[in-house]
Design a protein around this ligand. Structure first.
Ligand code: ZN
Length: 139
């Protein structure tokens, strides 16, 4: 599960700029913080909606629809909570100066890849291998 966003303007590094210097870390921290905030607000909103909608419908069909709506809603919330956790872990890595390097082989993940997937922990090569391995296990 990786985070994808489109609403931020990408960081444009100066020529010869050091990878993951404080300015770059700040850029990704800002992205992660604001996505996290968005997700948290979304979760709050759902909780309120569900409380508002806790009506008991007389018609069993209505009731069934309401229940499956809620189940779907809860699954989405669960996904969002996991995403928030991942974002928090990523911010912690920024704080520890660990951000932007592949967890597996240690190479730079690269600004471009992080820009598209700020929570990425693997370089594209390791990620590809990882996915291949997952597919083999699934068979
Ligand atoms: Zn790697």
């Amino acid at each position: 599960m990786e985070l994808q966003h489109k609403s931020f303007s990408p960081y444009v590094p100066k020529k010869g700029e050091e990878y993951m210097n404080p300015k770059q870390r700040e850029h990704f921290r800002t992205i992660l913080e604001s996505v996290k905030q968005e997700l948290s607000q979304d979760i709050d909103r759902t909780v309120h909606t569900m409380q508002d909608e806790a009506t008991i419908f007389a018609d069993p069909n209505d009731r069934a629809t309401q229940e499956s709506d809620m189940a779907l809603e809860l699954r989405n919330r669960d996904r969002e909570r996991k995403l928030i956790k991942k974002i928090e872990e990523t911010i912690a890595r920024i704080n520890k100066d660990d951000y932007g390097y592949c967890e597996n082989c240690g190479v730079e993940i690269g600004l471009k890849r992080l820009e598209a997937r700020p929570t990425a922990t693997l370089c594209i090569d390791c990620k590809t291998l990882d996915e291949l391995r997952e597919k083999q296990v699934a068979k």
